[in-house]
Design a protein. Structure first.
Length: 455
């Protein structure tokens, strides 16, 4: 469809003024938002022959959610109850030793489909064999920033190389009508040499793309890095030239005030993964402090093996409540700010706030319709007791998503994927995972502990 009017919806724009239209409409032409306003006005103006309509009565219309740190995967529920580095050593790295391109395609197809069904229209996915992930993004219709796992230390030769990353940038960046972007990726500090960081910093400038890696996720690794190099991981990133306005760091749980200032000074962004950090017992990222310093923060799920789902509605609730209880301050992370983190702040963190993240004229039509006619969403009130935003953040879940548009194209309708076969994906993921686990089995007994990992 080239012309579309979404009418009669409860439109939450997440613009600078957080404008809400209780009975609003959004007019879309050629994949971009042309106008947002009261439904009665826009219906008279645009409800003419040749314009398709979606009646959003009983639904909220919100910007598509943005997942700023994802690892596609298919070993959901099989790597439980372990701290980060033991979990990586026993389950994750052995999997990577035997992962195939077809595994990556199935995993990314599954995760992108799950994301869309839960109202996520854009993901930053760090994974393997990402030419196949790009295929999955094209087919599912999701917007994706693809970041290969790059590692160049000898013990991690099974990961992607910088040359692989260059090739992916050259072949797929800007593809699918600019729906697919490609960044440079570095796994963890212990996976990459100093030379890799300097080289990636130069390449990112050359190609005009971003850099994504993990930062200070666990205290034990922060301490080990600091003992070896005489400085923190964040300072090491700075010394190696990768901090800057096009760099996104996942987690950032253990930063000191000095390190926070370094992120703020360089314009480096953070992807906050509250549920993953809770599950792996990594700690609580100081998000209110980051926001107070003007650091761009986006929301993220991390992967299905450490979350164990990709529901950013659930993530919003946890993100807010975690800060409240951790600081014993109920005023922290109110619903409006939390929704901004999941939308426009996330867009800013990945350098796309001029294109997505809010419902404003000129932006791409990445939109989500949320069903308000649910018992757990009632009542919906206005005026002094207006509760639509609180209900979206604290009451809704991914199952409440009715319709999803990316680039103005409907990719989810009545909570059904319109682009790929859900039943096929479920069966294929199960078959693929069983085979992957069997291939991985010989490598698990030799998995190192954190003390065996060279820093």
């Amino acid at each position: 469809m080239t012309k579309l009017l979404i009418k009669n919806g409860y439109v939450v724009t997440v613009d600078d003024d957080f404008t809400i239209y209780p009975k609003g409409a959004v007019y879309v032409k050629n994949g971009r938002i042309v106008e947002v306003g009261d439904s009665s006005v826009l219906e008279k103006k645009y409800e003419v022959q040749g314009v398709e309509t979606i009646d959003a009565q009983g639904k909220a219309v919100i910007p598509g959610l943005i997942n700023t740190h994802l690892h596609s995967g298919i070993i959901r529920g099989t790597a439980e109850d372990l701290p980060l580095w033991e979990w990586i050593s026993k389950h994750v790295d052995p999997k990577h030793k035997v992962l195939t391109a077809e595994d990556a395609y199935v995993a990314s197809s599954l995760c992108y489909g799950e994301s869309l069904l839960a109202g996520t229209t854009c993901v930053v996915d760090m994974y393997r064999f990402m030419d196949r992930c790009a295929d999955a993004a094209e087919e599912t219709g999701i917007r994706a920033v693809l970041v290969p796992y790059v590692a160049d230390r000898p013990n991690y030769s099974y990961f992607e190389t910088i040359e692989d990353n260059i090739r992916l940038v050259e072949e797929r960046h800007g593809s699918a009508n600019d729906r697919i972007h490609v960044w440079f990726g570095l796994e963890h500090l212990v996976y990459c040499t100093e030379e890799a960081y300097h080289r990636v910093a130069d390449l990112a400038v050359k190609y005009g793309v971003g850099i994504h890696t993990h930062g200070e996720e666990s205290i034990d690794m922060v301490q080990r890095i600091s003992r070896k190099y005489g400085c923190s991981p964040i300072q090491l990133f700075y010394n190696r030239g990768i901090l800057g306005p096009k760099t996104l760091l996942a987690h950032c749980v253990w930063l000191t005030p000095i390190e926070m200032e370094l992120l703020a000074k360089t314009g480096t962004s953070v992807a906050h993964c509250p549920i993953s950090n809770m599950k792996l017992a990594s700690g609580v990222a100081p998000i209110p402090a980051y926001l107070a310093k003007g650091i761009s923060v986006g929301l993220a799920t991390d992967g299905v093996k450490e979350n164990n789902n990709l529901d950013l509605f659930e993530e919003m609730k946890f993100a807010s409540l975690l800060q409240k209880v951790h600081h014993l301050n109920a005023e922290l992370m109110p619903a409006e700010e939390t929704l901004r983190i999941a939308t426009i702040y996330g867009a800013k963190a990945i350098g796309l706030d001029h294109e997505i993240g809010s419902i404003e004229a000129g932006k791409k039509a990445d939109l989500v319709l949320v069903n308000l006619r649910r018992l757990h969403m009632a009542p919906i009130l206005e005026d002094d007791y207006a509760n639509i935003v609180a209900n979206i953040v604290f009451s809704a879940n991914g199952g409440d998503v009715d319709t999803v548009l990316v680039d103005g194209k409907v990719v989810v309708e009545e909570h059904k994927l319109m682009t790929v076969d859900e039943e096929y994906l479920i069966d294929k993921a199960t078959q693929t995972t069983k085979a992957l686990i069997e291939r991985r089995r010989p490598f698990v007994p030799d998995a190192p502990t954190i003390d065996d990992i060279e820093v």
